[in-house]
Each structure stands twice: as structure tokens, then as C-alpha cells.
Design a binder for this molecule. Structure first.
Ligand SMILES: C[S@@+](CC[C@H](N)C(=O)[O-])C[C@H]1O[C@@H](n2cnc3c(N)ncnc32)[C@H](O)[C@@H]1O
Length: 242
């Protein structure tokens, strides 16, 4: 469990400074940033978050307001900042019986509440492949965000193995209580926010679905999520960058 703690995603090997620094323009809102007030950061013209910061599903890009926005001078009027405010819920790391370490709730979490970022290094394809070789007998931490823009699929790789936060301890479940949401914190390069999919009780393990498996067969790790709908194996991609 030797890793450096970072509060948010950082630029890692294989991601250029230019790509990393590419930012959205920012809004000119003088009043609350909301769809009703036509905040330009709300790309889909729908609110990303409710007035009490609950995630509302968004069909396109979820862009939070940033230091480029006029509202950064009036931060209390901006309700379009959740992931960037960091972890607010009390969650802890614990030892599970069959999945290594995990994370669990120390207080109730409501459906739609932000749990934590999946913070880590944003790395390039070659580095994903290299790390996969180097750490091949160990837990896998790389989260691949896949976004579809027309015919084009853009992948972003987040790896909290070396630098990360508590998000790296969330295990997989085939019937999860959390979900990963692709969020842009004013930058073109996305980050991953983990939100509660349903109400979560104190002591419940926090899990999300690692995704569909790219390969079939028995040559995969067994899933120990114990859900009634368990798919038996942990999702596994055909290649490290799938
Ligand atoms: C992102 S890490 C999660 C934290 C990890 N358990 C630890 O101790 O650091 C992913 C790894 O956890 C284990 N894991 C996660 N969910 C699991 C599950 N449902 N069943 C079995 N192992 C699981 C697998 O070894 C997987 O490669």
C-alpha cells in the first residue's frame, strides 16, 4: 500500500503539457450558475448538479466551472462545482476477506452524492502497457474512461497505483452502489468522479462496476462481490489499452 496521496488527478508520463493545459473558456455568470441562468459551462443546457449538490444524469459533457469562470469571484453562487471541492463524506479503508483492501461508508450517503474522485495519474497508452508488464502479478488500478464523439472513441487512462487517493480502494461489484461519472474540471482532459447510485448505509462497502469484460473464459480472476447477479469473473480487457 505504498503510494503517494494526491487530492486530484495529476499529469503523468505520456500526456503532454499542451494537452494537459487545454482548458474550457469559462462562463460569464454574475448570478447562480444554472441552466435557468444559461451558464455556458452547462454544455447540455441542463444542470449537472441539484441545488444540494446531487448528481443529475447528464447526456453529454459534464464540465464544472473553474478558475476561468466569472463565478470564481463569487464562489458561493456557483452550484456547478462538486468534484473539485474534494471528498466530503466520511469513508474509510478496511480489509475485506477475499478482495484485498476496500473502502466503506462511515456515514450514510444519499443517492447522487459525490463520494470521491478516482484520483491518480493521467497517463498515455505506452505507459499503460509498460505498467501492465511491470505490475502484472499485482492488483490492476488503471481506469479507462471511454467517451464517444460521433464515430470517434477517446480514451483517457487514470492510474492511482503510484499516486492516488482513496478511490483506488473501491472494489468491483456486479450490483454496485456507486458509479463513475466522467467530469471535466475546466480542462479538456477528463477526471473521474465516483457518485452514489443509491442510498448507502453506514458500514456498506463502496463499489462500482468495473465494466464489461473484453474477454471470455475461465482465465480470469473470480469475482467475490457476492451479488445475486454476479457475473462470476472480474471484468478484464483484451489488452491493457482496450
Ligand atoms: C482498484 S483495485 C481495488 C483495491 C484493492 N482491493 C486493493 O487492495 O488495493 C482492483 C483490484 O482489487 C481486487 N478486486 C476488486 N474487486 C474485486 C472483486 N469483486 N472480486 C475479487 N477481487 C476484486 C482485484 O485484485 C483487482 O485487481
Amino acid at each position: 500500500m505504498n503510494y503517494e496521496i494526491v487530492e486530484t488527478t495529476v499529469r503523468g508520463p505520456g500526456v503532454s503539457e499542451d494537452d494537459w493545459d487545454d482548458e474550457f473558456r469559462g462562463c460569464d455568470c454574475e448570478n447562480e450558475c444554472s441552466a435557468a441562468n444559461e451558464c455556458t459551462c452547462l454544455i447540455s443546457k441542463l444542470d449537472n448538479y441539484s441545488e444540494n449538490a446531487l448528481f443529475l444524469s447528464t447526456p453529454q459533457l459534464l464540465v464544472e466551472c473553474s478558475s476561468n469562470c466569472a463565478c470564481s469571484l463569487l464562489p458561493t453562487s456557483c452550484r456547478n462545482r462538486v468534484v473539485q471541492n474534494g471528498v466530503k463524506k466520511n469513508i474509510e479503508i478496511f480489509s475485506t476477506s477475499e478482495k484485498g483492501s476496500g473502502a466503506r461508508a462511515c456515514e450514510p450517503i444519499r443517492a447522487g452524492e459525490f463520494v470521491c474522485e478516482y484520483a491518480g495519474e493521467c497517463i498515455g497508452e505506452d505507459e499503460v502497457t509498460r505498467r501492465c508488464q511491470e505490475f502484472k502479478d499485482q492488483d490492476n488500478y488503471t481506469l479507462t474512461l471511454k467517451e464517444h464523439f460521433g464515430e470517434r472513441t477517446v480514451k483517457t487512462f487514470l492510474d492511482p497505483r503510484i499516486r492516488g487517493n482513496i478511490g483506488r480502494f473501491l472494489n468491483h461489484s456486479c450490483d454496485p452502489n456507486c458509479e463513475v461519472v466522467v467530469v471535466r474540471l475546466g480542462k479538456m482532459i477528463p477526471t473521474a468522479g465516483i457518485f452514489a447510485k443509491r442510498d448507502i448505509q453506514i458500514g456498506e462497502e463502496l463499489c462500482y462496476d468495473y465494466g464489461m469484460s473484453g474477454i471470455e473464459g475461465d482465465n480470469r480472476k473470480l469475482c467475490h462481490c457476492k451479488a445475486a447477479t454476479c457475473r462470476k469473473y472480474l471484468p478484464m480487457s483484451a489488452t491493457p489499452i482496450e
